[in-house]
Design a protein around this ligand. Structure first.
Ligand SMILES: [Zn+2]
Length: 387
């Protein structure tokens, strides 16, 4: 036993020595590669770190003059041009690179992939699409499908978008059920607008088959019933949202109230909405009810509601509601109107629908984030960015 331990004491320094040697070889290799790069390359990288893209672009132009054959330097410069919105310069840069005769097949495809991104950013979708079909090697197939999918979304060609998403799912095992359910919803909306309600319903059922929690499908299904004045059916469909994603209820809450009013059961609706507000902390329900009462029953009733809410849940949002109702009363003095305006402006500058993926702030709700293109990442409720 003692001998065995001594043997280990000898072998550990041996392996340590081997590791040290391997590290030295790697470091030597790295040093030989990096010393080959011009100083302006490192200057450019440093400027990128501090988001100084204009200056970084100048540094990489210098670096390119010293090393005009470096494809990687062209790609970095092209990316910076895209970042700066100088798409024509990015396209020129990549086109000139493509004209170089000594590029191999793999390099040609990598330059084309950059050019495809330039065309996409510039909105030249047809050129982007035809160039995408020239990418034949295995390593660009996922990139190609994603670009074709993005083009279909930009062109609002939802059938193609479904087709490419299904291919991505099948070939690369990446779940696309969220986007596909939205593509079916978009198709349904088109049919709905063209009065082809039966086809719209079919697409919405497909959306729910793909993603059973697709609240958007239930919202539209309910709207189809609402348009036909089938208020009870609309209510039943919208009630399902509680089991899917309760916070999305705010998107349909006003029509939900209106439907109950049409069947003379407004009080039942108010208690149901109060349950949703309490159970899922959906604060915006208070504001929706307040506005509904204000428009349908007048400022006095709305003021009563705001006062009672202010006692239960004091907040600047409810104070805004109280002053809004008071400022609409005829006998209100001008001070109340001034205070109301100040509060409204203060809150108005702080409330946004926020994207949980990229932090994008929107004044309106979007199912797809306009900044990062993610689906269902923008909050349905308005969030106070000061909190
Ligand atoms: Zn986003």
């Amino acid at each position: 036993m003692v001998e065995f331990e001594l043997w280990w004491l000898l072998i550990i320094p041996f392996f340590f020595g081997l590791g040290w040697l391997a590290a030295r070889i790697d470091i030597k290799h790295i040093i030989s590669e990096t010393t080959d790069l011009p100083a302006s390359y490192f200057k450019g990288l440093n400027l990128i770190l501090f988001h100084e893209y204009e200056k970084a672009s100048e540094a990489f132009s210098e670096a390119l003059q010293i090393k005009p054959d470096s494809i990687e330097l062209h790609f970095i410069q092209g990316n910076i041009y895209r970042k700066l919105g100088k798409i024509d310069q990015a396209i020129n840069l990549h086109n000139k690179l493509l004209e170089q005769k000594e590029l191999n097949k793999e390099q040609i495809e990598s330059v084309k992939a950059e050019l495809i991104q330039d065309f996409f950013t510039a909105g030249f979708y047809d050129r982007c699409e035809s160039l995408s079909h020239e990418l034949t090697s295995e390593q660009y197939q996922e990139f190609k499908l994603n670009i074709l999918l993005d083009i279909s979304i930009k062109k609002r060609d939802w059938e193609k978008a479904i087709h490419f998403s299904q291919d991505i799912e099948k070939l690369f095992g990446k779940s696309q059920r969220f986007p596909i359910s939205h593509f079916f919803c978009e198709l349904a909306l088109e049919k709905f607008i063209n009065k082809k309600n039966e086809q719209a319903v079919k697409h919405l059922e497909e959306a729910l088959n793909i993603n059973k929690n697709c609240t958007r499908a239930n919202i539209i299904l309910g709207e189809l019933e609402y348009e036909k004045k089938q208020f009870e059916s609309a209510i039943e469909l919208w009630k399902r949202i509680e089991l899917q994603k309760p916070e999305d209820f705010v998107l349909i809450a006003t029509k939900f109230l209106e439907s109950y009013k049409q069947i003379d059961k407004l009080n039942e609706c108010l208690s149901l909405m109060s349950h949703l507000r309490e159970s899922y902390a959906i604060n915006q329900i208070d504001k929706i009810i307040f506005e509904y009462i204000l428009h349908n029953e007048g400022p006095s009733k709305a003021e009563e509601l705001a006062k009672s809410n202010l006692i239960k849940r004091p907040s600047i949002e409810v104070l805004d509601q109280l002053y809004s109702a008071q400022s609409l009363n005829n006998d209100t003095n001008s001070d109340v109107k001034i205070i109301q305006q100040v509060i409204k402006n203060t809150i108005g500058n702080r409330l946004f629908h926020l994207c949980s993926h990229c932090g994008f702030k929107a004044k309106q709700h979007h199912w797809q984030c306009p900044a990062c293109n993610s689906w269902e990442t923008i909050s349905t409720e308005l969030k106070d960015i000061a909190k």
